[in-house]
Ligand binder design. Sequence first.
Ligand code: PLP
Length: 413
Amino acid sequence: MYGKIKEYLATEFKKIQDAGLIKNERVIESQQGAEIIVKGKKCLNFCANNYLGLSSHPDLINAAHKAIDERGFGLSSVRFICGTQDIHKTLEHKISDFLGMEDCILFSSCFDANGGVFEPLMEEEDAIITDALNHASIIDGIRLSKAKRWIYNHGDMRDVEETDSATGKSGKGLERCLKESQSCRFRLIATDGVFSMDGDIAKLKEICDLAEKYDALVMVDDSHATGFMGKTGKGTHEYNDVMGRVDIITTTFGKALGGASGGCIASYKEIIDWMRNKARPYLFSNTVPPAVVGATIKVIDILTKSTELRDKLEQNTKYFREKMTAVGFDIIPGVHPIVPIMFGKYPNCSKLAVDFANRMLDEGIYVTPFSFPVVPKGKDRIRVQISAGHEKQHLDMAIEAFTKVGRELNIIK
Ligand SMILES: *Cc1c(COP(=O)(O)O)cnc(C)c1O
């Protein structure tokens, strides 16, 4: 019976509403892309994870159509009963080759890959050592494992334990965690390859050095990197020059690789065999549909043939970051197409970021503001995401609109 909880939800929901923390979804009335239609009006999208501009690419749409024609719509099964087609095996081989790993296993999402990867591998006598800013799916995946858990301060590689004067909370560096967990049987360090709020990149060289010194595995979630980070777009292991030293990579097809859905774990043969038999989201959830598999095969083929898209993304990112910095915006420096434009130094920064984003939409530029609790208090921002789908004129229109609204709201001269 729908009783007491109805009132409870209404009251609690109102509290979130009053705090201005309700997520209102704007409705897109077109395909995903650089140019979209919102409320009947054309605007430029600067907040999708469509890094390579592939979301509505004709080659992918054709490949998806072809896969539907040849292999059907759905498989009505998990993989191990009757849900594996030849194309699923093809995709797994192509991904492991592309990433430079031995083998690969598909999941319905990277959330599922992270939900499945820890529990079968790390048991009570083992330890998982995790960056404080890791993605929610890594946090949840680790919770499902019985392993002991150490959390290290974001990006802190040191052998220290310190108390933060602002929060009074004490935190540790990675090397300290590795020292403290030395009596555990197996150990695994888990990190995002790129952290989505600041667009900063994990220090994989130092992490791999420490892992080798203390005999720990390294797991990287490269969802915001696969397809474009590194010279040939393999990801942060290529960017950081540690290919062959990262033991487990998880990633998504829902961002740069076409943006539909799906994910995977790539690792050594033994680990992938183990996952095929033990990972619960793999064993108890439906197989990836043929359309997604066919289109993702196409993506890997495109990226293997040429670095054109990731090169264009790199140039677009450099151009946008340089111009926006020159105009006077406060931007977290970096190389990633996530470009955080910070509002913390202005009064009333949360409201300012929201007003700014609304004004940008009037100017035909779709960007999203992020406030507490998604980011720490005072770190309010508009997170712009650059795409290879943007042409120079799109970037210029966005920079122009940012400049106009920035002057109007008195945050740049
Ligand atoms: C987006 C993201 C995920 C989730 O990927 P899905 O395939 O959409 O489930 C997992 N990890 C990280 C780091 C991400 O950025």
